[in-house]
Ligand binder design. Structure first.
Ligand code: C5P
Length: 225
């Protein structure tokens, strides 16, 4: 384990998409690759932290020195996060599906003869970031969320900071023309109670190292409050 500014501290990171089952062979998902979240977990481990990475299904190797917990659905992710706590800092990078199919079928849904398609009844998933941000006991000192937006990036991020109760939001533009989804580079804005910092476009690994340096700084000052 490398020594660094996070030595002796625990960091929890979520990453990747979630898969929400429709039936045993089908699911609802999204385009998250997990690259940004995995890069943050690696950077935190390289800074000396004890890191647990709760990851949805991704095509990425486990970052060296990181304890990885694999999950599929949002509800599994929430349960794994609860097991992984307490932590000094938690970074919620995962693109959690907002909805799941109510009462997923236990057998494969068959095509209906004579046409017609089944309708899916969606229900809201638990909001993992909001529930950890609002913990009465054992809340991480620093809770960081992400806001992947396709428009009005900063306005939505500032609203999200208040709505979720987290300390920081890392806002990024994931509109198709940005190339961020699945790509190597990212353009982010760090939104805190103090204001907004615009970071230049850089590799996702560099975003991760800068964010981890900021987290180490905030924890060294005793948190953000
Ligand atoms: O509301 P929205 O999904 O845009 O919020 C994004 C942030 O909230 C991300 O940090 C994401 O990991 C987190 N989130 C979560 N659980 C959900 C939905 C989002 O932790 N069900």
């Amino acid at each position: 384990q490398p020594q660094g500014p996070l030595t002796g501290l625990r960091v929890l990171v979520t990453s990747g998409p979630t898969h929400e089952p429709i039936d045993p062979v089908r699911y609802i998902a999204n385009r998250s690759s997990g690259r940004q979240g995995h890069a943050i977990a690696l950077a935190a481990a390289q800074a000396g932290a004890h890191v647990t990475l709760v990851s949805g299904p991704v095509n990425l190797p486990a970052p060296p020195g990181v304890h990885v917990v694999h999950v599929e659905s949002a509800r599994e992710m929430l349960a794994a996060v609860e097991v992984a706590l307490p932590a000094d800092a938690a970074v919620f990078t995962a693109a959690v599906a907002d909805w799941r199919v109510a009462g997923a079928a236990e057998e494969k849904i068959k095509k209906q003869g004579g046409g017609g398609a089944p309708s899916l009844n969606l229900v809201e998933n638990p909001d993992i970031l909001a529930s950890v941000s609002r913990m009465k006991a054992g809340r991480p000192q620093l809770v960081v969320g992400f806001a992947a937006e396709t428009e009005k990036v900063l306005a939505h991020a500032q609203a999200k900071l208040a709505r979720k109760g987290c300390d920081w939001i890392v806002a990024n533009d994931v509109s198709p023309e940005s190339g961020v989804m699945g790509g190597d580079r990212n353009t982010v804005h760090l939104v805190t109670a103090e204001g907004v910092e615009d970071w230049p476009t850089m590799g996702k690994d560099e975003v991760a190292r800068r964010l981890v340096a900021r987290i180490a700084d905030a924890l060294a000052r005793g948190g953000v409050k």
